[in-house]
Design a protein around this ligand. Structure first.
Ligand SMILES: [Zn+2]
Length: 753
């Protein structure tokens, strides 16, 4: 029996191991569905595929090729390792062979993925009779090569940031591309959600506008990991009718997917054994049996800790190089390539990685994947799990929960995960601030005609506003650019406003910019002494210059993170929709005034409080959208105000996490405020607001799906084995000794009617 099957059998026979398993799902092997090469596919590609040992296509690949070559926009939903790149490479290359003046533009969310992709494209096109030029165009492209790419690149592979800041504003240098653009490929579409997605949708509006100007009308091919609403998200991004291909014809080997919850060691505090230590134990077993394993952790620190522990535990002969490696941002590219190569060749038996290895990068298929906590979304979990699984033979994916509410929810409710409805990905292209910023960029690129729409957005009011601001002037029914500056440069696609605080790393001999945060989040995330996590690394903020919008940081290695205490004053400005009854629900515009006055240092894993410090920063103000729910006396019955207050505080702890989970956002994207007598409603009220100026659509969605969200929240609380509240559910127990869980559950019952 193969070693992995042997070990799985051993675990299944071990009651101690199995008492921590909340689900053991065996996904049976499937043969796969194959199709002949579609009739449109020319002989050169037949040859190229056969050279690579491909005699038939998977059914979803063939469908995608057909749909694209029949002139449809297509979104293909595919799991990891199902051959998705052929879904777009084949029809695009086929069309370019037929008409060498045609062009294609490929967009990937990161530079690394784009560079990987070009390697694959070049392999496919290597010995075609018709030579095709496939090039990346990004910040690393040498200036000397750029002109050639602009003129001769058949397939230009880039990222949305580059398209936004370097290609569209200089469209006159890209005439060959825009006149002849036949296809736009958008891979990893599910990454384009929230603020980033709202920006990218507007970049695509600009792209389509430029194409129309040069007389081309490209078709779109999008690929996404599994999400609940691929058609909706794709439609939001490209604003065109499209065909959804949502099947997987690739063969699958047998896979065991195990949910593992470390044993409770202190029920009163809700403390479980550390998920890292459990992962170490399981990983040692796998690796010492030579079962090739990848272990995902959430932080750089986690990578290093596990690496140290595992190397200590697994003996090697003197002088022999360790077969266990770490992999994360911050390693040199050469080192990373060597690790990838070692994984493919099988000389490396274990790798511990941040999510840097989650997508794209080719490391072959491994035997086992351990996740040391819930990766944050169902889509990411499947992607990480997809790193194990060969064409034949058994593979394992093991998810170890930590003690946070979402982790606990997932392991306690495996049906939710294995059911067929993963998260909905949301974006709001018409967010006023984001939209206005891109109208500026678009107006710089080409004048707007009076009455012209921007994608589906009606923008006359925005154009007139920009005239008042002396950014544009109106003459002969056209809006012309009149500022000296070039707008795209100061707009980042990764945050909502133009007013960002730049983060500068002072660790090395030369200061360098490593990132930015929007100014509303700056007091929370980069106050002095804050630990700022970036690319899996920890930096300590030495100085925050709020006026100059600069934060200076230095690399550190500490065992804690920081959490700033935010006091928020919320004022309701406008109601968009509401429903009144025993409870009143609504969503609308609000103004947030936020002040950070202190922060806490919290130890990883145990969440032990290691101390606190003051923060001295001015108040910030933000307009955004919020969902709120208020309780009439008929709803809360004989609960006292102080009971309601503590119930609301608990809900404010839990609901943003649960809601973010349904909306596929980061829990930090949503914030909650509770007011026991809200000035606006005059009732006990829980507010949840989008933590971005203008909002990105979360509040409206919570208004619509509040039942689902509060039902899940109820389950988190009732499933939690703690006695009366813990960090895994409603937060720490209140000091007054009253039953917190009961109070919160009562409020939730009222909400659910
Ligand atoms: Zn609990």
């Amino acid at each position: 029996m193969p070693k992995l099957n042997e070990l799985l059998q051993q675990w299944q026979d071990d009651p101690a191991f199995m008492s921590n398993v909340t689900r053991w799902e065996t996904v049976p092997a499937s043969e796969g569905n194959f199709s002949d090469f579609p009739s449109h596919l020319g002989p050169q590609l037949h040859k190229a595929l056969k050279r690579r040992g491909i005699e038939k296509l998977y059914s979803h690949q063939a469908k995608a090729v057909d749909a694209v070559l029949n002139n449809n926009n297509v979104v293909v939903v595919t799991p990891t390792a199902s051959g998705k790149t052929l879904c777009y490479n084949l029809p695009v290359v086929n069309s370019l062979i037929k008409d060498q003046s045609s062009r294609a533009l490929f967009l990937f969310p990161t530079k690394a993925l784009a560079q990987d992709q070009v390697t694959e494209l070049r392999d496919l096109t290597a010995d075609l009779d018709t030579p095709l030029h496939c090039q990346t165009y990004d910040g690393d492209t040498e200036p000397g090569l750029r002109q050639g790419i602009r003129r001769n690149g058949h397939i230009v592979v880039t990222n949305p940031d580059m398209l936004h800041s370097a290609i569209l504003p200089h469209h006159t240098k890209w005439i060959q591309l825009f006149q002849n653009l036949q296809y736009i490929v958008i891979d990893e579409m599910h990454q384009y959600r929230g603020v980033f997605g709202s920006h990218v949708a507007n970049v695509i509006r600009r792209l389509k506008r430029i194409c129309a100007f040069y007389g081309s009308d490209p078709k779109f091919i999008l690929c996404s990991a599994t999400i609940a609403n691929p058609g909706e998200l794709a439609g939001m991004l490209i604003e065109e009718p499209l065909q959804v291909i949502n099947e997987n014809g690739s063969p699958q080997a047998e896979k065991h997917f195990v949910f593992y919850n470390p044993p409770m060691i202190n029920p009163e505090l809700g403390l479980r054994r550390s998920s890292l230590l459990e992962a170490q134990r399981v990983a040692s077993e796998l690796i010492s049996k030579e079962i090739q394993t990848i272990i995902f952790t959430r932080s750089r620190l986690g990578v290093e800790i596990l690496l140290t522990y595992l190397r200590q535990g697994i003996k090697k002969r003197p002088g022999e190089e360790s077969s266990i490696r770490g992999y994360r941002g911050g390693y040199l590219p050469r080192e990373r390539r060597a690790i990838e190569e070692g994984l493919r060749a099988g000389t490396i038996k274990g790798v511990i990685s941040t999510n840097a290895l989650e997508l794209g990068i080719d490391i072959g298929a491994l035997d086992a994947c351990l996740m040391t906590s819930y990766p944050g979304s169902i889509a990411s979990t499947w992607q990480q799990a997809g790193r194990s699984g060969r064409r034949s033979g058994t593979s394992l994916a093991l998810l170890i929960a930590n003690s946070e509410p979402l982790n606990q929810y997932i392991v306690a409710n495996p049906d939710y995960f294995f059911g067929r409805t993963p998260e909905r990905a949301l974006a709001d292209p018409d967010n006023l601030i984001i939209l206005t910023n891109h109208v500026r960029c678009a107006a710089f690129e080409l004048p707007f005609d009076q009455g012209e729409k921007f994608g589906s957005a009606e923008i006359t009011a925005i154009l007139n506003f920009l005239v008042e601001e002396d950014v544009l002037y109106l003459s002969d029914s056209r809006y012309h650019w009149m500022e000296d500056t070039y707008p795209a440069e100061e707009i980042s696609l990764r945050s909502a406003t133009r007013e960002n605080v730049v983060i500068i790393d002072n660790t090395g001999p030369h200061p360098r910019v490593i990132g930015e945060v929007d100014r509303f989040s700056a007091p929370m995330l980069v106050h002095e002494e804050a630990i700022y996590m970036h690319g899996g690394k920890q930096f300590q903020v030495e100085k925050l210059d709020f006026d100059e919008k600069k934060a200076y940081v230095r690399l550190v290695d500490v065992n804690y993170f920081t959490d700033a205490n935010l006091s928020v004053d919320l004022k309701t400005l406008d109601i968009f929709e509401q429903e009144e009854g025993k409870i009143n629900r609504a969503w609308g515009d609000v103004r947030i005034n936020a002040l950070v006055s202190m922060f806490k240092k919290i130890r990883f894993n145990t969440h032990e409080n290691l101390g606190a410090g003051p923060v001295d920063l001015p108040e910030t103000e933000m307009h955004t959208t919020a969902f709120w729910i208020s309780f009439t006396p008929a709803a809360y019955g004989n609960m006292t105000l102080s009971e309601i207050q503590s119930g609301l505080i608990s809900l404010a702890n839990l609901i943003p996490q649960v809601a973010a989970f349904f909306l596929m956002g980061d829990p930090r994207d949503l914030r909650a405020v509770s007011q026991v007598k809200a000035p606006f409603t005059e009732l006990p009220t829980l507010y949840l607001y989008d933590n971005f100026p203008g909002g990105v659509g979360y509040s409206a969605e919570i208004y619509r799906s509040y039942k689902e969200i509060f039902t899940a929240a109820r389950k988190v609380i009732t499933d939690c084995k703690c006695i009366d509240g813990c960090p895994s559910c409603i937060g720490p127990t209140s000091q007054d000794g009253e039953s917190s869980k009961k109070k919160v559950l009562h409020l939730i019952e009222v909400i659910l009617g």
